[in-house]
Design a protein around this ligand. Structure first.
Ligand code: HQG
Length: 175
């Protein structure tokens, strides 16, 4: 299941062209096209239903009539997810690795290859995200101050907070 989920993230966030497909402007592709063009796995509707429903971070979604599927966030190719701006809580968290810290302290958090900087309400989730890249550094972001200063925040349907950048003055190191 995890391998298929990673494959779906790769296709729906980064490389649909690797199986000859394009995402529409809002990130959707037809489920039937995905099934027909996937050779790495034996995909079918029932399996995709399970993958979407059971995904630990709810990374994928169907449209209303389940003819289309997309990733909820994390794209490197341009898509408009149509997310409305959202008032953030007072603080959000970002987990990173110690080797990035010096650069983050100079530049703040930047989005790199992705569309946005990803933040979370859960320090626990941030820890797991940071540990993927090395020795964890947990950052707290003063999102209330950012919002007051005019930064726009978006929240995905799977509770990831997105923002263009986090200037360094809003960051504190928790450990
Ligand atoms: C770091 C997972 C140097 C940043 C998670 C991160 C997330 C800088 C890395 C989603 C920097 C980018 C995204 C700067 C930021 N200098 N390094 N100025 N600014 N960085 O993977 O947030 O499992 O693109 O700290 O739950 O780690 O994929 O971003 O370490 O929501 O669904 O540059 O991935 O979701 O790495 O993770 P990423 P991320 P999924």
């Amino acid at each position: 299941m995890e391998k298929i989920s990673k494959y779906l993230s790769y296709i729906l966030r980064h490389k649909p062209d690797s199986i000859g497909l394009n995402l529409d402007d809002h990130g959707w592709i037809y489920v039937d096209d995905l099934i027909a063009n996937t050779t790495t796995f034996e995909l079918n509707h029932a399996l995709l239903d399970i993958l979407v429903e059971m995904n630990d971070k709810q990374r994928f979604a169907f449209n209303e009539d389940k003819t289309k599927i997309r990733a909820n966030q994390g794209h490197s190719i341009h898509v408009d997810l149509d997310l409305p701006p959202h008032e953030p809580p007072s603080y959000l968290y970002h987990g990173t690795a110690s080797r990035f810290l010096e650069s983050i302290q100079k530049q703040g958090l930047i989005k790199g290859n992705r569309h946005h900087v990803h933040l979370t309400e859960s320090a626990h989730v941030a820890q797991a995200v940071g540990q993927r890249y090395g020795k964890l550094v947990l950052l707290q972001i003063n999102t209330a101050a950012m919002a007051k200063d005019g930064c726009i925040f978006y929240k995905t349907t799977n509770n990831v907070w997105l923002v263009d950048a986090v200037p360094r003055e809003y960051l504190s190191i928790l450990g």
